[in-house]
Every structure is written in structure tokens, then in C-alpha cells.
Design a protein around this ligand. Structure first.
Ligand code: SF4
Length: 133
């Protein structure tokens, strides 16, 4: 089974924060840490899909959530994942007061900058967790 760190964004379809979470996670698994990280679709986890459960049970996960409901963190834990970091997209926005990140379907340049910043922070965490074994 893959020991790669699971980076799991919430689905947050109606909110720009959800889009930022998804884009950040994709950047980590596709560009920054393709050998150390992979992702699992939250919808599969929530619906109890056996394959998704097997992928995260007992595995280190980093979740990204778009709002205080923390859907990714809660469901990764319910499925048996070891959630080592619970990233809240909203916390990153506190460092960018007044930012205009875009909409639920399209990020502005500012939105991409924030997504890239979050991805950079997560990739550092992925590398640390990978070294721990
Ligand atoms: S954490 Fe918030 S934004 Fe993300 S899926 Fe849940 S309710 Fe939607």
C-alpha cells in the first residue's frame, strides 16, 4: 500500500475557500511533492467507499478545510486516518486581509497566490512527515 502522505481537501463546492483548498492540495500532490504525497477524493471517504478507506486507514493525512465545519478533517478521522495537520484555509486569509481571491469557480491572481502559499506550507509539512517514516 502507498505510504505517501494523504493530502485531502474538503469539497467546498459553493465557496472560494473550497476552491482554494482543492487547488492547494492539487499543487502539492502534482507539482511539489508527487513522490511523497497523494490525494483521496473526500466524497469517496464520506460515502464509506472501501477502497478509499483502505487508502487512508492508519495513514498520515493532512486535511484542508474551507470553513469551520471541517468536513475533510472529521471524515478522514472517521475513516481511520491519522490526521497530522488540519489546515484551515480561512487562517491563511487572515494574513491577507481584504484579499479578493475570486469566486467558487475561478480564482483571481490574488487567489492563486494564496493557494500557492498554502501549498508551499503543506509541502514542507509533507516532507517533515515523510522523513518521520
Ligand atoms: S468544510 Fe465547509 S466549505 Fe468545506 S465541504 Fe465542509 S461545509 Fe463545505
Amino acid at each position: 500500500m502507498s505510504k505517501r502522505i494523504k493530502v485531502i481537501p474538503c469539497s467546498g463546492m459553493g465557496k472560494v475557500y473550497g476552491l482554494v483548498a482543492r487547488e492547494s492540495a492539487l499543487k502539492v500532490v502534482q507539482e511539489l511533492c508527487p513522490n511523497e504525497a497523494s490525494t483521496v477524493c473526500l466524497a469517496y471517504i464520506v460515502t464509506g467507499d472501501q477502497e478509499a478507506k483502505e487508502l487512508i486507514e492508519g495513514q498520515k493525512c493532512i486535511t484542508l478545510d474551507g470553513c469551520p465545519a471541517m468536513c475533510a478533517a472529521k471524515n478522514a478521522e472517521l475513516a481511520g486516518g491519522i490526521v497530522a495537520e488540519k489546515v484551515r484555509v480561512i487562517d491563511s486569509f487572515r494574513k491577507h486581509k481584504g484579499a479578493q481571491p475570486g469566486t467558487a469557480t475561478e480564482l483571481t491572481e490574488e487567489g492563486w497566490l494564496i493557494a500557492d502559499e498554502i501549498a508551499g506550507e503543506i509541502s514542507e509539512k509533507v516532507k517533515l512527515l515523510s522523513r518521520e517514516g
